[in-house]
Design a protein around this ligand. Structure first.
Ligand code: SF4
Ligand code: SF4
Length: 296
């Protein structure tokens, strides 16, 4: 085995038969760690680069098996609570839970093991499908990402990278030739709103988008649509301008916010921050889709 294939990545999940993470049927590898803190994040378990314990309270049958915790972190009263200050994320409770109510998010996998998992679905990929590396932010683990892309390429598997765009640009020259398609997020084109809702200035993201374009990347833009935040015509028009200015842009996907994001935060012991008023209606989504794709 070569050294690059031995490099390990921290993975939250590998999902098979994905239809919305690039063309065709895809295996999506979710990596842990992200530099942004979007208020609407749909995958909050991928934000931290560290291992975390997820607790799906609705699945819990109250058997008490998780009392194996050496730190007494499981507290049984009217509700089953976890004292996260005490939890060292050792995983013992998750290993014995009969109801899959406890799960560790973040396990180390070598590049070759991840590629082996993807190979199992090779028969379904057809000419368009393949592996999508998502997150979190895939470039948060840059060496591992590039090694994984190289391994997939070596095995003849299609590759896509779903990125928030906020990463060290020095990795792009290696990544672009190994990536069939970039799914590149544009969260907001208003710099102040971008900073307010993601915690980051969009300058580096824009710089990386055009750097990838100059290196010949095929790009599909992905735009989260958050009702009352970025559902304005100026934003739609600016996204259309950006798409038209790229040399090899496949189009723009509009991704409507959904409040399940908030529920997912509760699995980490965080408050449910889902906001129903942020869910755009169908007409708003359709309008954004048309304008951003230059069809209105
Ligand atoms: S992961 Fe380990 S430390 Fe954390 S609650 Fe479970 S058994 Fe206790
Ligand atoms: S082991 Fe699982 S099902 Fe049993 S009490 Fe703990 S979390 Fe609930």
């Amino acid at each position: 085995m070569n050294a690059a294939a031995d490099i390990e990545l921290t993975v939250t999940e590998i999902q098979r038969f994905c239809m919305h993470d690039g063309p065709g049927v895809r295996t999506t590898v979710f990596l842990k760690g992200c530099p942004l803190r979007c208020a609407w994040c749909h995958n909050p378990e991928t934000q931290s680069a560290d291992r975390q314990l997820l607790f799906y309270g609705k699945k819990c049958i109250g058997c008490g098996a998780c009392s194996v915790c050496p730190n007494g972190a499981h507290v049984f009263g009217e509700n089953h609570l976890i004292d996260r200050e005490k939890c060292t994320v050792c995983g013992r409770c998750a290993a014995v839970c009969p109801a899959s109510a406890l799960q560790i998010s973040g396990y180390r996998m070598s590049v070759s093991r991840i590629a082996d998992e993807a190979e199992k679905d090779r028969a379904f990929y057809g000419k368009d499908g393949g592996v999508t590396v998502s997150g979190g932010e895939p470039f948060f683990q840059p060496r591992g990402l590039i090694a994984l892309l190289r391994e997939c390429r070596k095995r003849g598997l299609g590759t896509a990278v779903d990125t928030c765009g906020y990463f060290d640009p020095s990795y792009l020259p290696d990544a672009v030739p190994l990536t069939d398609l970039f799914l590149f997020d544009i969260k907001d084109t208003d710099p102040d709103r971008h900073k307010k809702y993601t915690g980051a200035d969009p300058g580096l993201i824009t710089k990386n988008l055009y750097a990838a374009d100059r290196l010949g990347a095929r790009i599909r833009l992905r735009c989260i649509l958050v009702n009352g935040v970025n559902t304005d015509e100026a934003h739609y028009a600016r996204v259309a301008e950006i798409a038209a200015s790229l040399h090899n842009c496949d189009g723009v996907d509009v991704l409507p916010y959904h409040a399940y994001a908030g529920t997912k935060a509760t699995f980490l012991g965080l408050p449910d921050n889902g906001r129903k008023e942020w869910i755009p209606d169908d007409d708003t989504v359709e309008r954004a889709r048309l304008v951003m794709n230059g069809k209105a």
